[in-house]
Design a protein around this ligand. Structure first.
Ligand code: IVH
Length: 667
């Protein structure tokens, strides 16, 4: 393809992908399949890679994120980001309306909108292109989160139409729809990570991640609620919002113009009743005056506009009694107190249990046996106990103490500084932890062994498996001794175990269930340490140099590897024939910087092990050879490099390079 054809194709693909993004993420009316979309995106990315001269920060390909880590830059807001006056009472809305009417004479319109429960963001557009996205921060200045916000598909990178002001700001709420939130928490649970309490926290946490490629994988959305600037098309809020919709922004379908209090109360009543049916969370209604001239006339208090007010819905809550508190042990040994409740109806479901999270939470709530408690269902999947009705407390009741020994194995519990949870340290002997780890090991995303939880339990109870390594010693006869197992089902399960042996090293690493090592971290670790032996040799610094690995993960990995029980398991897995290394099928880098080049490595190095260097060479398309000969291109020489190799390289005019020079070659 010549350059001009490539350029035309790139522009065409960008236009089409922008259109499909808009249809999918803003209008929710896709017209092509995900497959076709992905194919077009792949084609665009590959053309842009081939012709980097045509790169453009507004290209839809830029939404996939980058994994360059950085601190957020602070940016001062051109217009301060204010908050809203809040009320829970309808009388105060009547007061609000009265106050307005004291200042404003003649008819005027209100606009009612939902109050979206997420994180505020201010977007700046210049010449139709997204230039900057900044969080609210303290209202005066916030974090520059542009690269994260660029990954949100409902935020246009490039505006549609042509009648937008040359420069303007537009504000809205970034939120995580319920479905995305549930999925995110399910994945976190699988990885043994702490769950987000609600979609708002999840959206806020996501926006702070310093790696936009992780942000790109979370289905954030952005709904616009305000347009600001010197030359806006209209002098009224509702009309500007509608115009912003034409420019490609997502505006809410629920927004309504209202004539007065009756309309406002109808809007509130409707959404108080039906809000559970919305795809995202809302915690109230915002009432605004429509006309900008009235905004100026009414003005602002120090923190809030006088032309708007937020009416907050009261959370759905119910009162019920605690019948008992039990302490559950997770696969990572984390202890979670869970209250069993007298069943109560709440937001359309029957609630029987509620998490008490940890000791601190129990202490704050001051839970006594038999207490009547208030249960609330916010955005959380698990309802939470928000308070105790102390007036109904039995005077003979006693506070429920947190436990100090594991409820399953009686080992004294431990709590690390900075951690909210207690842990049972007996990871290799505590039954629920072993069972939980085996269940995780066989799960679909881990080793994909088709074994039901009940089977894991039976095998464990019969002493046939004590850890995941024992799965590979099972045979058909052993399985046929279990309930409901005939020869055929036993053989199928053995085959499924057998199949798992060919899974790559990063899947095994994830399957081991090391605390904080989820799928992404496992992949990153496996690509830096392509074999178990290299991981075993890694120092804390080596681990910390891996993208996404911080101190918490590094210390968890080191802790796992230092336990004799872990090494026994690894030995069993190795003996069973699992591939504890990824070397053979390494994904090659696209650009193949070392294509056709032959390398000899000699000596020891400061930043890489010899095996790591070998991997890097292969990943970049080069070949490793052991002896220096005339068809070798480079000798990477480290400390104590073999003198005979150096001499031979000199004789044959082979370039001898340092570790750093090598790193530069593949940068
Ligand atoms: S208007 C000057 N409209 O609520 C008024 N805010 O307490 C600017 N919010 O930080 C806000 N939905 O994050 C407005 N429909 C809506 C909103 C909304 C949610 C948030 C916003 C703001 C906070 C104000």
């Amino acid at each position: 393809m010549d350059k001009a054809t490539a350029r035309d194709r790139i522009l065409e693909l960008r236009k089409e992908l922008d259109e499909h993004n808009y249809r999918y993420y803003v209008l929710a009316e896709p017209v092509i399949s995900d497959y076709d979309y992905d194919e077009m995106m792949k084609e665009l990315i590959s053309l842009e890679r081939e012709y980097p001269g045509f790169l453009d920060a507004s290209s839809p390909s830029q939404r996939v994120g980058s994994d360059i880590s950085r601190e957020f830059r602070q940016v001062r807001h051109r217009y301060p980001m204010l908050s809203l006056d809040n009320t829970y009472s309808r009388e105060e809305l009547v007061e609000f309306d009265k106050r307005i009417k004291k200042t404003v004479s003649g008819p005027f319109d209100y606009v009612c909108e939902l109050k979206y429960d997420g994180v505020a963001v201010s977007l700046t557009y210049v010449d139709g292109l997204l230039q900057m996205a900044v969080t609210r921060g303290d209202g005066e200045q916030g974090d520059d989160v542009t690269s994260n916000v660029k990954t949100i598909r409902s935020v246009p990178l490039k505006l549609r139409g042509g009648d937008y002001p040359r420069e303007f700001e537009i504000r809205g709420e970034i939120l995580l729809p319920r479905e995305g939130f549930t999925r995110l928490n399910r994945e976190r649970k699988e990885r043994g990570e702490n769950l987000f309490a609600n979609p708002r926290n999840a959206a806020a946490g996501t926006l702070k991640i310093q790696n936009s490629s992780i942000v790109a994988r979370r289905p954030l959305d952005c709904i616009i609620y305000r347009v600001l600037g010197d030359s806006l098309p209209y002098n009224a809020h509702y009309e500007n919002l509608a115009k912003a919709g034409e420019w490609g922004f997502k505006i809410s379908e629920q927004t309504r113009k209202c004539k007065g209090l009756d309309d406002i109360f109808d809007f509130i009543d409707h959404w108080d009743k039906y809000r559970a049916e919305l795809p995202f969370e809302t915690d109230g209604v915002v009432v605004k005056l429509n006309d900008f001239r009235l905004h100026n006339q009414l003005g602002y208090t120090a923190k809030t506009p006088r032309w708007a007010i937020a009416y907050k819905f009261s959370a759905e809550r119910a009162a019920t009694r605690i019948t008992s508190v039990e302490f559950q042990v997770g696969r990572t040994g984390a202890i979670t107190p869970v209250a069993n409740l007298e069943p109560v109806q709440l937001a359309g479901t029957t609630v029987r249990r509620a998490s008490l999270h940890n000791e601190e939470q129990m202490r704050i709530l001051d839970i006594h046996s038999g207490d009547t408690v208030f249960v609330e269902k916010g955005g959380d999947i698990i309802p939470k106990i928000i308070g105790v009705d102390k007036g109904r407390r039995d005077t003979r009741s006693h506070a429920i103490e947190f436990i100090d020994k594991c409820p399953a194995c009686s080992t004294p519990l431990e709590k690390e500084a900075g951690e909210a949870k207690h842990y049972c340290p007996a990871i290799n002997t505590c039954p629920p932890q072993i069972l939980g780890r085996i269940e995780h090991f066989v799960s679909r995303r881990a080793m994909n062994i088709n074994m039901a939880e009940a089977t894991v339990r039976q095998l464990f109870e019969k002493g046939l498996i004590r850890d995941v390594g024992d799965l590979y010693s099972l045979d058909t006869e052993a399985l046929m001794g279990l309930d409901r197992f005939a020869r055929r089902s036993a053989e199928k399960l053995i085959q499924s175990i057998e199949n798992s042996k060919s899974l790559p090293w990063h899947r095994i690493l994830y399957a081991l269930g090391i605390r904080y090592v989820g799928e992404t971290v496992a992949r990153k670790l496996a690509s830096s340490f392509p074999s178990f032996d290299e991981l075993m040799d890694a120092s804390e610094d080596d681990l910390l140099s891996v993208d996404e690995v911080g101190e918490r993960i590094a210390s968890s990995v080191l802790d796992y590897l230092s336990r004799p029980g872990s090494i026994i398991i690894i030995k069993k897995l190795k003996n069973a024939g699992l591939k504890m290394e990824d070397r053979p099928g390494l994904p090659k880098n696209q650009d193949k910087k070392l294509e056709g080049k032959k390398f000899v490595i000699s000596g020891t190095f400061g930043h890489h092990s010899r095996d790591q260097l070998k991997t890097l060479i292969e990943q970049n398309g080069g070949t490793n050879v052991s002896a220096v000969s005339s068809n070798v291109d480079f000798l990477i020489g480290g400390e104590n490099a073999g003198p005979s190799k150096l001499k031979k390289a000199q004789e044959l005019n082979i370039q001898v390079i340092s570790e750093d020079e090598f790193s530069d070659m593949i940068k």
